[in-house]
Design a protein around this ligand. Structure first.
Ligand code: AMP
Length: 429
């Protein structure tokens, strides 16, 4: 029988890496709370029509990458329903916004989510078929201020704060405006006209996109197509005055808040619903898949899904890529505060009691085993912990424990009552 493995493009997350995942999520929750965002959890699968309408039929995601199946009908009279594992979460959040009438309160809705998404992409480092996104949406009726450029700037400033608090250095914010639906229509005309003389030189995918959705030609990653794409007009030339004013207000607010950004007039994102402000944060340490997160405004999405007018702006962070960046930045894996080594099996129970005492004080403790020889205990301890605490008969009787700090090589005698404080101190002391 062949051995079973995790499916291509999926992976198990194991300790110690999961420590980083938890830290990333805890930091995100804490930052979002300070900006008054509440958590939303939507189902992992939805009606396929939601993504076809909400993400766009012509996008790579919908046309090639979704996990879609026909669910068995409950009764013979019923048609089987087409269901899809969510490839992204914005469509689900906006569906929930409409379904629960969240706009009826007149309040701006600020919602965040953390969870798995599924796309049948070609797996490589930083690109998986199941991956996690941390995202947020700000959405509401126009009277709630949801259209204001202040919201765009606040979301971007929050992202800069989150990356800074996570300790991610060296990110770049790429910023663009893809304009309103009317600007896009004007741009579409200009772009189609510019494509006519060059379309024959582009890749097969672009030749199809040139007819069905010319904006998507800008997503093309085929190197040979890039020099031709460079010559095409950019959306910035087609923005009307209102879109220009909106974008200028966003950049002015970012300048005032001290959030650095790079204008990138060719930035279009792989989802059809974006309007006006679009953005991406990249990190050079990530290699080919260098986008840490992406997002933008989607003023017409709620209406496209059959809901009321509800402008909004949101983003999705690739959590896998955040963790990859942190792993590359971190010099050493996180370490246990202390490893307790009982000298002989008769001391196992006393060691368990000592471990309990220290764990109750909030320390991170690994418990050894009295059947180990001292050398083996030291080897095990040095792999996981910053310090080793030796518990022999003498130590138990006297209440003075022997502690070795690996980074300095120092051996110290510490009274049991002071052990908690001693072990909490950084190991370099
Ligand atoms: P998108 O939903 O396509 O705007 O993507 C937002 C972010 O999710 C990207 O910037 C990536 O960081 C992350 N992401 C998208 N697709 C994948 C994938 N297949 N594997 C890992 N991360 C991904």
């Amino acid at each position: 029988m062949s051995t079973l493995k995790a499916v291509r493009g999926t992976r198990d997350l194991l300790p110690p890496e999961t420590v980083l995942w938890n830290r990333v999520e805890a930091t995100a929750r804490a930052v979002f709370a300070r900006y008054n965002f509440g958590e939303i959890r939507t189902p992992v699968f939805e009606d396929t029509a939601l993504f076809a309408r909400g993400v766009g039929e012509e996008t790579d995601i919908v046309s090639k990458e979704m996990y879609t199946w026909e669910d068995r009908a409950r009764a013979q009279s019923e048609k089987p329903q087409s269901l899809t594992l969510r490839p992204e979460n914005t469509a689900g959040v906006v569906r929930a916004y409409i379904e629960h009438g969240l706009g009826e309160s007149g309040q701006l809705q600020k919602l965040y989510y953390i969870g798995p998404q599924f796309r049948r992409e070609r797996p490589q480092k930083g690109r998986y078929r199941q991956f996690a996104q941390i995202g947020a949406e700000v959405i509401g009726p126009p009277s709630s201020g949801s259209e204001s450029p202040l919201r765009d700037a606040e979301v971007l400033e929050m992202l800069a704060t989150l990356l800074d608090e996570l300790g991610i250095t060296g990110w770049t914010l790429h910023l663009n405006s893809v304009g309103s639906a009317a600007d896009l229509a004007r741009y579409d005309v200009a772009r189609r006209a510019a494509l006519v003389p060059v379309v024959g030189q582009l890749c097969a995918d672009c030749q199809r996109r040139a007819v069905t959705n010319p904006l998507r030609v800008l997503d093309c990653k085929v190197p040979a197509d890039q020099p031709i794409i460079e010559t095409l007009p950019v959306i910035a030339d087609s923005l009307d005055e209102a879109s220009q004013t909106h974008f200028a207000a966003v950049t002015a607010a970012l300048d005032a808040a001290g959030v650095p950004y790079t204008l990138n007039p060719r930035l279009v994102r792989g989802l059809d619903y974006y309007t006006r402000t679009t953005f991406e944060f990249t990190h050079d340490g990530l290699g080919a898949q260098n986008a840490l997160l992406g997002g933008g405004r989607y003023d017409g999405l709620s209406e496209a899904l059959g809901g009321p007018r509800a402008p909004g702006i949101g983003f999705a962070i690739g959590e896998d890529r955040l963790v990859l960046t942190l792993l590359a930045q971190e010099s050493a894996p996180p370490q246990v505060d202390a490893y307790i080594a009982p000298l002989g099996e008769t001391l196992n129970t006393a060691a368990l009691v000592l471990a309990r005492e220290l764990r109750h004080k909030g320390l991170w403790i690994e418990l050894g085993d009295g059947s180990f020889r001292l050398k083996k205990s030291f080897e095990a301890a040095e792999k996981t912990a910053r310090r080793i605490v030796i518990l022999g008969e003498d130590e138990l009787q006297s209440g003075i424990l022997t502690v070795k700090t690996f980074s300095t090589g120092l051996q110290t005698k510490v009274p049991r009552a002071e052990l908690g404080v001693f072990l909490s101190e950084p190991a370099s002391k």
